[in-house]
Unconditional design. Structure first.
Length: 118
C-alpha cells in the first residue's frame, strides 16, 4: 500500500515507519477487515485540510473521493464487530500527460497521534 501513497507522504514517512504502524495497529486490536465494498466515486470532492496540505501547489491534480464500506472485527477492551463507512481520497497528478500518476492520500498524523498516546 505504501508504494501508491502520494510522494509527499512518502517524503514525510518511511516505508518502515508505515509498515510498523500498520502491523502494530492490526496486532494490538486484533483487527480483521471483511466485506469490503466500493461505492460512489465523486470528482473534485472537498478533502480534509490535513490532506490538502500534502498536495504540492506547483503540480496539477485531479481529486476523487471513493466511498468504502467494510466490516471491522477488533478488540478494544471488549470485542467489537461494526460496519464502517469512509471516503478514501485519490489524487491523479499531471492528468492527461505522459507523467500522469495516481496516488492515495492518507494523513500520516495518525501515526504521530498514536505515538503521543503511548
Amino acid at each position: 500500500m505504501y508504494e501508491v501513497m502520494h510522494p509527499s507522504i512518502q517524503g514525510t514517512l518511511s516505508k518502515d515507519e508505515y509498515v510498523t504502524f500498520q502491523e502494530h495497529h492490526f496486532e494490538r486490536l486484533r483487527l480483521e477487515i471483511s466485506e469490503i465494498e466500493v461505492g460512489k466515486v465523486s470528482t473534485n470532492p472537498r478533502i480534509p485540510s490535513p490532506l490538502r496540505t500534502l498536495l504540492p501547489l506547483d503540480l496539477k491534480h485531479e481529486l476523487y473521493g471513493v466511498d468504502l464500506s467494510y466490516r471491522a472485527h477488533f478488540v478494544s477492551g471488549i470485542r467489537l464487530n461494526q460496519s464502517i463507512s469512509k471516503t478514501v481520497y485519490v489524487a491523479v497528478a499531471n492528468p492527461g500527460t505522459t507523467e500522469e500518476s495516481m496516488y492515495l492520500l492518507w494523513d500520516p498524523s495518525s501515526i504521530e497521534e498514536e505515538e503521543q498516546e503511548q
